[in-house]
Design a protein around this ligand. Structure first.
Ligand SMILES: C[S@@+](CC[C@H](N)C(=O)[O-])C[C@H]1O[C@@H](n2cnc3c(N)ncnc32)[C@H](O)[C@@H]1O
Length: 222
C-alpha cells in the first residue's frame, strides 16, 4: 500500500476507519496493563485518532506518526494546544508539551531521534498494511523497543479469500512470527464485529469478522 494511496483517501475524506470517539475497549484495557503514570506512548500510523488526546489527557508523553499532513493537522486542531514546527530526516515534526507528531513514512522514521517508548499502541495500523509490508513494519516497531517496552496490538481476522484489505486479516500465527521471539502474548479483547461485517459485505466479506487486541509483554531477557 503506497503512501499515495493513503494520501488520496485523506484528500477525498475517505477515512471510514476513523472513529469519532476514543476506541471503546481502551478505557477497560489500559488499567489492566503494567503501565506507569507518565509512560511514553508511541502511536504508529496514528491517523487523527482521538486516542492520542486520551493518552495526553492522562499525562502520557505521546508520539504519533502518520504520512498524512491532513490527518496530523486535524489532530493539532482538536487538541487545542500550540505546536512548534520543525523538519528533520524528510519528516515534518509538530511538538507541543506532551504531544509530538511526525509526518512522513513510518518505515523511514529515524529511530534514534525518537524518545524510547514504554508502550507502543497499534490500533488499525498493522492491519492497514499488505503482507509484503508487514515484515518491515514489524522490524521498525522492534527497533523502537527496549526490553521494557510493551505493545498493544489490535487486529482483524476474517477469510482473506473473501475480501481484499485494507483492513487486512492478521492472525496470531503471523504476529508470533514477527514478535514472538521477544514478547509473551495475552489476548485481552475479542469481539465479533457484525456491524462491520455488513459494511464490508459489498466487498465480498460474508463469513465472519473478529476483532482482537493483544498485549505483548516483553520477555524477561536477563
Ligand atoms: C487504517 S488508518 C488507521 C489510523 C489510526 N491508527 C486510527 O485507528 O484511526 C491507517 C493510517 O496509516 C497511515 N499510513 C499508511 N502507511 C503509512 C506509512 N508508511 N507511514 C506513515 N503512515 C502511514 C495512513 O495515512 C492512515 O492514516
Amino acid at each position: 500500500m503506497e503512501i499515495s494511496y493513503w494520501q488520496s483517501r485523506w484528500r477525498k475524506d475517505n477515512t471510514g476507519w476513523h472513529m469519532d470517539k476514543v476506541y471503546p475497549p481502551l478505557a477497560n484495557l489500559w488499567p489492566q496493563l503494567p503501565i506507569k503514570s507518565g509512560a511514553k506512548v508511541f502511536v504508529p500510523l496514528c491517523g487523527k485518532s482521538l486516542d492520542l488526546r486520551w493518552f495526553v489527557e492522562r499525562g502520557h508523553q505521546v508520539t504519533g506518526v502518520d504520512a498524512s499532513q491532513k490527518a496530523l493537522q486535524d489532530v493539532i486542531n482538536y487538541t487545542n494546544q500550540s505546536f512548534t514546527k520543525d523538519s528533520s530526516h524528510g519528516f515534518t515534526i509538530y511538538r507541543s508539551e506532551l504531544l509530538e507528531l511526525w509526518q512522513g513514512d513510518f518505515l523511514k522514521l529515524p529511530v534514534n531521534k525518537i524518545t524510547q517508548p514504554d508502550v507502543i499502541y497499534d490500533k488499525a495500523s498493522i492491519v492497514a498494511l499488505p503482507p509484503e509490508m508487514r515484515g518491515s513494519y514489524a522490524q521498525k516497531i522492534l527497533s523502537l523497543c527496549d526490553r521494557n517496552t510493551h505493545i498493544i496490538l489490535q487486529t482483524f481476522e476474517y477469510d482473506q479469500n473473501e475480501m481484499n484489505g485494507p483492513p487486512f486479516s492478521v492472525d496470531e500465527k503471523e504476529l508470533k512470527q514477527h514478535f514472538g521471539h521477544y514478547f509473551e502474548f495475552t489476548l485481552m479483547h475479542e469481539q465479533s464485529k457484525l456491524e462491520e461485517l455488513s459494511k464490508f459485505q459489498q466487498r465480498g466479506l460474508s463469513s465472519y469478522l473478529t476483532e482482537k487486541v493483544y498485549h505483548l509483554n516483553p520477555f524477561d531477557r536477563d
